[in-house]
Design a protein around this ligand. Structure first.
Ligand code: AP5
Ligand code: ZN
Length: 215
């Protein structure tokens, strides 16, 4: 299955992507995670991306698109994938469509995680991430005051772009550039929206129910 997850920053895309991808045995491809791994490894790509990410702006399309093109051509993505964080504007969506058509394929479904702005701010302000396994936690909801990843023992960190003023800007960027994708994919007839509030397991159940017809 070829799936795209959309939703505002903090909607739970990364959290749900880890469960959905493992349930469907497809790779989870997160552009944000790939950029963060490049920043940690101090690559040229990472240095470029960091300037945009720290401000909450989008990394330029040509950089992001060529990175995704390379990733989608890897063996493990041949028969399916879950994209988290890409596409993020209409030009990226149009390029993805053309790219898949070149390979004689297309997206099956775009899953929209619907959640309001107050909840998003609450989730982002308490988010912690593991630098080793990329697992996402929340200080309060997961009782993670010890700052240690239960899965691998990694030291959890807070993302630079989760500072309040940057979060506010990311929400504006989402409204201006990413929200139009909802209409784009609705016009294509492949959009499915789910309520992304409530316990993580409930959201996962709704997501898998919405995806079942495409399996
Ligand atoms: P990216 O990493 O994609 O960030 P984002 O889209 O802003 O999304 P987030 O990762 O902030 O949120 P999420 O929806 O994954 O929520 P999460 O599961 O973590 O992008 C970062 C930057 O990279 C961008 O700003 C841009 O600069 C650049 N970039 C990336 N892709 C790009 C592209 N295609 N083009 C250009 N630039 C690009 O959950 C949040 C918190 O809530 C966690 O603490 C979690 O534990 C908690 N939580 C989740 N679900 C629940 C629940 N049901 N109940 C309670 N808490 C929950
Ligand atoms: Zn970990």
């Amino acid at each position: 299955m070829r799936i795209v997850l959309v939703g505002p920053p903090g909607a739970g895309k990364g959290t749900q992507a880890q469960y959905i991808a493992s349930h469907l045995s497809i790779p989870k491809i997160s552009t944000g995670d790939i950029f963060r791994a490049n920043i940690a490894a101090r690559t040229e790509l990472g240095q470029l991306a960091k300037q945009y990410m720290d401000r909450g702006d989008l990394v330029p399309d040509e950089v992001t698109i060529s990175m995704v093109r390379d990733r989608l051509q890897q063996e493990d993505a041949r028969d399916g994938f879950l994209l988290d964080g890409f596409p993020r504007n209409v030009p990226q969506a149009e390029t993805l469509k053309k790219m898949l058509a070149e390979w004689d394929t297309r997206l099956d479904v775009v899953l929209e995680l619907v959640v309001d702005e107050d909840e998003v701010v609450r989730r982002l302000s308490g988010r912690r991430q593991c630098p080793q396994c990329n697992r996402i936690w929340h200080v309060d909801f997961d009782d993670k005051r010890d700052g240690v990843c239960d899965d691998c023992g990694g030291r959890l960190y807070q993302r630079d772009d989760d500072r309040e003023e940057v979060v506010r800007h990311r929400l504006e960027v989402y409204a201006e550039q990413t929200a139009p994708l909802v209409q784009f994919y609705s016009d294509e007839g492949i959009l499915r929206g789910i309520d992304a509030t409530g316990p993580v397991e409930d959201v996962t159940r709704r997501a898998l129910d919405a995806l079942r017809p495409f399996e």
